[in-house]
Design a binder for this molecule. Structure first.
Ligand code: DGT
Ligand code: CA
Ligand code: ZN
Length: 574
């Protein structure tokens, strides 16, 4: 977890530099480095300085700071900054939506130095009237505090899953372990997670439990027994491990995967059939004989149903669909043929076009779309019309070189606050693919935000709306927009909606994606990759899609190049 610690330190440095009002590009460099380190596939401590510098986005200076952290467990510059900036100020800034300016005013004018005081003051209406703080700001601060509290109870899937997988991989190496699996909301790929549930079978439960409670991340052991142990990791995350008998593993897995609502449905069905179902198995009511339990398939079969994939187990019609034999054939990661949202060094990505294209090809992809930001997004190094056209030339040249692969020339054009697009039509019309998205003005009225999205959806050039609701799990709520109108407009114009697979976004979420599918709106799953490692995020998007009941045919980037081109070249009716 060292990578996470370094990322955290770099983010803190960025926060502190921001409070001090230092160069925004420097601040962004730290944040970008943090992001890239977080998504690395290997431990950065094992890398030489030379190797680190080859990680795009990390120069000599930051590599030195990483070394320093690895060797001394601290970064001098961070310690200095901490001394210069009051901890109260940094605490206030952790509230989503409270930037350095606001934090400073509140801290200096009211002497508020922690979140509890901030909440009281906001409730009493004492913040409004301070320089730059309106009633709306105060409401936003209270909402931010709510979100922070919620975030402590439930953490983003993208943060918890890698940790959980590491724990499972480690327990797998314990000699007596036979079967092991995640259960609960993690196995269902819910977007936020309360705790980690793990299930195992073992020839020596005590050995497994010993290994479990002695893991280095464990901060507290709540319970230790031969069938169940519970521990708490850093940041209050609880992990439960249950060791069960081989012949009830399937029943236990079914039970502890949930959801609770799904299980209730299943149990009712069993009762109607004269059966009893629990975490040990399926039993005949008449004579108590156990008829299933070893595998999940067996359990579902015993109550007359086909296997229901975990992502569907939310009591959203899956039991009824299973009864009728009309469960969807869910999309799988192997169905994905390309990624239609990729950044390069032209804007805030970390690689050149050819480099990232070759990497995508090595993953087995048939195509990608290069979609850098447009100029309105200055802090991300967005492109002017001229730069876009330069990029087009380079892509044409590379496309001639790379065989059996296609780079679509695209852009992620910013939707400005008045709803207009950030690049002229004559530029957009020359591209293979235009995706449009909102990156600023999140706090406009419902009407205004909806209007912006609607006008982008209607644009004859825009093919995809990226991260349509703008949420950042635990940091920013979705925009307040009229989704009914937006879905309707997307349908009328055949404008695709993106399921952004970046783990903090997962936007569209499962519910909207399912609605979109039902309305016949095309969908794409994209990673928004800024560094090659982030292509791995595709699986998060695929699982959102599975939770949305999507099949391969519902998704554009499962199509081959020809079919995808037909969509890209199609004209809108309006
Ligand atoms: P979470 O932890 O809030 O992210 O979501 P889950 O679904 O992992 O919930 P959790 O950890 O409380 O329980 C894990 C599974 O165990 C849950 O999905 C279904 C099962 N379960 C827990 N409590 C009950 C219960 O009271 N009745 C039934 N039928 N199942 C339960
Ligand atoms: Ca759970
Ligand atoms: Zn993007």
């Amino acid at each position: 977890m060292l990578n996470q610690d370094i990322a955290k330190a770099f983010n803190e440095i960025a926060d502190l530099l921001e409070i001090k009002g230092e160069n925004p590009f420097r601040i962004r460099a730290y944040r970008r480095a943090a992001q890239n380190i977080e998504s690395l596939g290997r431990d950065i401590a094992d890398m030489s300085e030379d190797e680190m510098i080859r990680i795009p986005g990390i120069g000599k200076d930051l590599a030195g700071k990483i070394r320093e952290f690895v060797e001394k467990g601290r970064i001098e510059r961070l310690e200095e900054l901490r001394k210069e900036v009051s901890p109260g100020l940094t605490e206030i800034m952790t509230v989503p939506g409270v930037g350095p300016k606001t934090a400073k005013v509140i801290f200096e004018e009211l002497g508020i130095s922690n979140i509890e005081e901030l909440e009281v003051a906001a409730r009493q209406g004492r913040l409004q009237g301070l320089p730059g703080i309106k009633r709306k700001t105060e409401e936003n601060i209270l909402r931010g505090i709510e979100m922070l509290k919620r975030g402590r109870e439930r953490q983003p899937l993208g943060k918890v899953l890698p940790l959980a997988e590491e724990i499972v991989a480690r327990l797998k190496r314990v000699r007596s372990v036979r079967k092991i699996s995640l259960a609960g909301s993690l196995r269902r790929w819910k977007d936020t997670i309360k705790d980690i549930d793990i299930l195992a079978t073992s020839t020596n439960p005590t050995e497994v439990m010993n290994a479990f409670v002695n893991m280095p991340e464990v901060e507290e052991v709540l319970l230790k027994g031969p069938t169940k142990s519970s521990v708490v990791l850093g940041e209050g995350l609880q992990v439960d491990l249950r060791v069960v008998e081989e012949d009830s593993f399937g029943a236990a897995l079914q039970y502890f995967t949930g959801s609770k609502a799904h299980n209730i449905k299943i149990r009712e069905r069993a009762v109607k059939m004269g059966l009893k179902i629990n975490e040990y198995g399926v039993f005949r009511e008449s004579d108590g004989k156990k008829i299933a339990g070893r595998t999940e398939e067996e359990v579902y079969q015993a109550i007359g149903l086909p296997y229901i994939p975990p992502e569907l187990r939310e009591d959203r019609g899956e039991v009824e669909a299973a009864e009728k034999g009309v469960l969807p054939e869910l999309v799988e990661i192997g169905d994905i043929k390309g990624d239609l949202h990729v950044h390069t060094r032209y804007s805030d990505g970390s690689h050149g076009i050819e480099e990232i294209a070759l990497f995508a090809k090595s993953l087995g992809y048939r195509y990608i779309a290069i979609t850098d930001h447009s100029k309105g997004l200055g802090v991300a190094g967005g492109l002017t019309a001229e730069q876009v056209m330069e990029q087009v030339k380079e892509i044409q040249a590379i496309n001639r070189k790379i065989k059996n692969f296609r780079i679509f020339m695209g852009v992620e054009v910013d939707i400005r606050s008045d709803g207009s697009l950030d690049l002229p039509d004559e530029v957009l019309s020359k591209l293979d693919i235009v995706i449009a998205s909102i990156h600023s003005g999140f706090r406009q009225s419902v009407g205004q935000l909806t209007m912006r999205l609607l006008s982008a959806i209607k644009s004859p050039y825009v093919k995809i709306i990226a991260h349509p609701t703008g949420r950042l799990i635990g940091e920013r709520d979705p925009y307040e927009v009229d989704m009914v109108q937006i879905l309707q407009m997307a349908k009328e114009n055949s404008t695709a909606l993106e399921i952004n697979a970046y783990p903090l976004r997962l936007d569209l979420n499962d519910r909207y994606a399912r609605e979109a599918k039902e309305m016949g709106i095309p969908l794409v799953i994209s990673t928004d990759t800024h560094i090659t490692e982030q292509f791995r995020f595709m699986r998060y998007g695929v699982h959102v899609a599975r939770r949305a009941w999507l099949e391969s045919k519902d998704i554009l980037n499962t199509k081959d190049i020809k079919e995808l081109e037909r969509f890209l070249k199609s004209r809108k009716k309006t």
